[in-house]
Design a protein around this ligand. Structure first.
Ligand code: FUB
Length: 323
């Protein structure tokens, strides 16, 4: 399968986090709607209100929509905007992680718990203590430890924090200063809290220097994902305003990670967001674009394409505009 495939056409969906549970692929996307809110740099036009979960037995087989897995109406601490989610399985339960603004318009990360991979998920009373910003992605490290990665610039509010504390000015660093980083924290045994203070996910250039804030072609913007390949940790992410999906490789879940290249060149639409999963011995990139909506950035459609590695473990770049 080298051609890209759109997965559903009855809903607009984005930010697909794919996992293999019970021998099937489950996809946890954002559910885009046309809320009639004018476009701006803070992403107010991404005013999503619920989540659907999809599953499929094979990447080219039928896709099942399992219906609404979580609705903003049922989240006790909710303000607005349900953005890119993820899910994890541990000890007979499924944990659904979602970014949502609280009643003060501050993004937090919520957890909801279910008995089945497709939900429904019951939200906890409060978001994760100490959480901020957007785009949670959870790594099951296979040794009983789970790590949550998160953070996103601009509308995702990451620029408002330093050392995990809100700051007065809330601006991005100057171009020649180190770039802001995604965050990573180990999850507690019960999967519902940070087990430690979140740490910076540092991305180094080829000389071992942390990427600079002005390096818009390579620095982290949003949409973190972590996967393992041949014992290495691959941290992948969107560069936001330069519209690339990039990756960096490290030796452990915390990094540092060394920048390696581009996974996906720009697609139709402003945002680009993905996940990477192995299924039946092949690797797949799940992502989205805005082609079916005629380029409306807030009405996106999820798709899948095979992802290939070179012999040295680097990833072959995929053309975002190719069919
Ligand atoms: O879907 C809303 C936001 O757009 C996500 O949280 C970002 O990663 C971007 O895809």
């Amino acid at each position: 399968m080298k051609k890209k495939r759109y997965l559903v056409d009855h809903l607009f969906t984005a930010d697909p986090s794919a996992h293999v549970f019970n021998g099937k692929i489950y996809i946890y996307p954002s559910h885009d709607i046309d809320a009639g809110i004018p476009e701006n740099d803070l992403g107010d036009h991404f005013d999503m209100r619920d989540y659907h979960v999809f599953s499929m037995d094979s990447v080219d087989g039928p896709v099942t929509d399992h219906g609404v897995a979580l609705d903003v109406k049922n989240v006790p601490w909710a303000g607005r905007q349900m953005w890119a989610p993820d899910a994890a399985y541990k000890n007979g339960k499924y944990y659904f992680y979602f970014p949502l603004k609280d009643k003060n318009d501050i993004f937090r990360i919520g957890v909801a718990v279910g008995e089945n991979p497709e939900g429904p998920f019951i939200p906890l009373e409060n978001p994760i203590k100490g959480s901020f910003s957007i785009d949670p992605a959870v790594l099951d490290d296979g040794d009983g430890n789970f790590y949550i990665y998160f953070g996103g610039l601009w509308g995702g509010q990451l620029q408002r924090y330093r050392n995990n504390k809100a700051i007065e000015c809330g601006n991005e660093p100057k171009d020649d200063e180190p770039a802001l980083c995604a965050r990573v924290a180990k999850l507690t045994d019960n999967m519902t809290e940070f087990a430690e203070e979140p740490r910076d996910v540092i991305i180094l250039d080829e000389n071992g220097t942390p990427l600079k804030a002005g390096d818009h072609e390579r620095r982290y913007f949003e949409g973190p994902w972590m996967h393992k390949y041949n014992g290495k940790y691959y941290f992948s992410y969107s560069t936001g305003n330069t519209h690339l999906l990039c990756y960096a490789i490290g030796d452990n879940p915390y990094g540092p990670f060394t920048y390696k290249g581009v996974i996906l060149t720009p697609v139709v639409g402003w945002t680009t967001h993905h996940s990477i999963v192995e299924f039946n011995g092949k690797w797949y990139l799940f992502h989205h674009d805005s082609k079916p909506s005629g380029g409306k950035t807030w009405l996106r459609s999820i798709k899948v394409v095979e992802l290939e590695y070179n012999n040295d473990g680097t990833i072959k770049t995929i053309d975002g505009l190719a069919e």
